[in-house]
Design a protein around this ligand. Structure first.
Ligand code: NAD
Length: 447
C-alpha cells in the first residue's frame, strides 16, 4: 500500500533487530511490536477467540462469529477475547469483568484483540445499570493501556433495542476482531438497532458499489482508494487539477476513474453526481481532502483561516448536502469524514485546523439523524500520527514524540485509516452511524 512510502520509522527498524531489541530491553526503551495487518487469506485473529459474559448478546455473538476458531480453558494464547457485559446492571456486577479478564491477561497472543460489548448508557433507564455500563469505558480504555505487544482493546455500545438475533453487530465485531483495526485502540463505538445483511463475501464487502474519495492523489486518500478497490468498489478519485498526473496514476493502478475537482467549487456536488451517474450512482462519499496552513493565531492572516475552514469543513458539508438534495448519493448510502486528533486535543499553531476538524465531528453529530431518514450513515475517523510525507517532514524530536506517545508506541500507516473508513463504508455497517473513531493507537493527545 502507498502508506509504506512515507514511513521513516528508523527506530522501529533498529529495535526489531536482535541486538536492538536486547539493548532496548536493557535500557527500558519503548519496543514497538510490528503490527499484524490484513492480508487476504490469513485468519482474522492470531489465535482462537473466547467469548464470555452473560448478557443478551452472547449467543448472537457466537453465531455471528461461527467461522472463527473458538478457544477454551486449555488454550495457551488467545487471539481475541470478547466479553458481553450487557448483563451487568449493578455496580457490584462489574466484578464480572475482573473475574473474566484477570486470569486471561497473560494468555494473549501478540496483536490480540479485546472487545467489550455493553449497552449504550444514555439509552438505559435504570440509574444503577446506566452507571455500570458507563464504567465499561474506563475499564476498556485502561485495559488498552495495559496490553503489550500490539494487542488492542475497544468497546462497542449496542442499543438496548437491538433484538437477540441482531445482525447489525456482525460488521463491527468483525472489524474489531481482525487485523484491519491494527491501529484503532481504546475506542468506543455506538451501534444502533438496525439490522444488516451480511455481504456475499466478507473479503469483498463493497462489491458493485461506487465510491468517491476526495484528495486521493496522494497520502491517506490514495490508500483509501486502493483499499476500497481491493474491497470490490468502483472508485472515483478526485483531487485538484494541479494534482492531475498523480491522480491519473492512482486511478490507473486501481481501475478507477479520475475526476479533476476542487472540493470548494460551488458546483462540486453536481460534478460528482454527474460522474457517478455514469456508473449507476454513488453509494459512498469519503471527504478526505484536507489542508493545513499553520501559524500562531497572533500571526494568522484571513487567508490561512478561510482556506482551511473552506476545504476541511465547508466543502464536505456542502457536498454532502448537495448530493442528498440532488439524489446523487443513493438511499442507504455512506458518508465518511476525516477529522483529526488535533480537532479533539487542539494543537499549537493550528487554531484554524483544530476548529475545522472539531467542526467535522460536530457535522457528524448534527447530520446523522437527518441522513438516517434516508438510511444514510455518517461517521468520521480522527487520525493521530500517521506515517506520511507530511509527518516525515516534521523535525526529528517532535516526530519521535508524536510517534511514541500512544499505547502501541508507533505511528500508524495510511492503510490503518483506510481500513476504518472501509468498515464505515460497508453495506453491512448500517447500524453504525454518528461515530467519530480515532485511528491513533490510543494517543495520549486528547485522550
Ligand atoms: P496530503 O496533503 O498528503 O493529501 C491531501 C490531498 O488533498 C492532496 O492530494 C491535495 O491535493 C488534496 N486537496 C487539497 N485541497 C483540495 C481541494 N480544495 N480539492 C480537492 N482536493 C484537495 O494529506 P494527508 O496526510 O494524506 O491527509 C488526508 C486527510 O487526513 C486530511 O483531511 C488531513 O487533515 C487528515 N489527517 C492527516 C493526518 C496525518 O498524520 N497525515 C492526521 C490527521 C488527519
Amino acid at each position: 500500500m502507498s502508506g509504506k512510502k512515507g514511513s521513516t520509522d528508523l527506530y522501529s527498524t533498529l529495535i526489531s533487530s536482535a541486538p536492538g531489541a536486547f539493548l532496548a530491553g536493557k535500557m527500558g526503551l519503548p519496543q514497538p511490536e510490528e503490527l499484524r495487518r490484513y492480508k487476504a487469506g490469513e485468519p482474522a485473529l492470531p489465535g482462537p477467540v473466547i467469548v464470555g459474559g452473560e448478557g443478551r448478546l452472547v449467543e448472537p455473538i457466537r453465531d455471528l462469529l461461527s467461522d472463527y476458531e473458538f478457544g477454551d480453558d486449555s488454550t495457551d494464547k488467545f487471539g481475541g477475547l470478547v466479553f458481553d457485559a450487557t448483563g451487568i446492571t449493578t455496580i457490584e456486577g462489574l466484578k464480572q469483568l475482573h473475574d473474566f479478564f484477570q486470569p486471561l491477561m497473560r494468555k494473549m497472543a501478540p496483536c490480540a484483540r479485546v472487545l467489550v460489548i455493553g449497552t449504550t448508557p444514555e439509552l438505559v433507564k435504570k440509574a444503577d445499570e446506566r452507571i455500570a455500563q458507563r464504567a465499561l469505558e474506563g475499564f476498556s480504555r485502561s485495559i488498552a493501556k495495559e496490553l503489550r505487544r500490539g494487542a488492542t482493546a475497544n468497546l462497542l455500545y449496542v442499543s438496548p433495542k437491538a433484538k437477540n438475533d441482531f445482525t447489525g453487530l456482525a460488521a463491527p465485531l468483525r472489524f474489531f476482531l481482525s487485523a484491519k483495526s491494527a491501529y484503532v485502540d481504546g475506542q468506543v463505538v455506538r451501534v444502533d438497532e438496525k439490522t444488516a445483511a451480511a455481504p456475499a463475501d466478507w473479503d469483498k464487502p463493497l462489491d458493485g458499489k461506487v465510491v468517491l474519495v476526495t484528495g486521493a492523489a496522494r497520502g491517506i486518500g490514495a490508500t483509501i482508494a486502493e483499499v476500497m478497490a481491493r474491497d470490490g468498489a468502483k472508485v472515483i478519485v478526485a483531487d485538484v487539477p494541479q494534482a492531475g498526473d498523480a491522480l491519473s496514476e492512482v486511478a490507473n493502478k486501481i481501475g478507477g476513474v479520475a475526476l479533476a475537482l476542487d472540493v470548494t467549487a460551488s458546483n462540486a456536488a453536481e460534478k460528482i453526481a454527474e460522474t457517478a451517474q455514469r456508473f449507476g450512482g454513488l453509494d459512498v462519499v469519503v471527504h478526505n481532502a484536507g489542508i493545513t496552513r499553520d501559524k500562531m493565531l497572533a500571526n494568522m492572516d484571513d487567508g490561512r483561516w478561510n482556506s482551511v475552514l473552506a476545504v476541511n469543513l465547508v466543502a464536505p458539508k456542502n457536498i454532502t448536502e448537495g448530493l442528498v438534495a440532488n439524489g446523487g448519493l443513493k438511499e442507504g448510502g455512506r458518508v465518511v469524514d476525516v477529522s483529526s486528533i488535533a480537532g479533539i486535543a487542539g494543537n499549537r499553531g493550528q487554531t484554524n485546523y483544530g476548529a475545522s476538524k472539531a467542526g467535522v465531528i460536530g457535522m457528524v453529530d448534527a447530520e446523522a439523524p437527518e441522513l438516517a431518514k434516508k438510511s444514510i450513515t455518517i461517521n468520521a475517523v480522527a487520525p493521530g500520527f500517521i506515517e506520511t510525507q507530511m509527518t516525515a517532514a516534521i523535525p526529528l524530536a517532535t516526530r519521535e514524540v508524536g510517534r511514541r506517545l500512544n499505547s502501541l508506541l508507533q505511528g500508524g500507516q495510511t492503510v490503518d485509516v483506510a481500513e476504518t473508513i472501509a468498515f464505515f463504508s460497508s453495506p453491512a455497517s448500517s447500524a453504525v452511524t454518528g461515530n467519530t473513531v480515532r485511528v491513533c493507537g490510543q494517543s495520549l493527545l486528547g485522550a
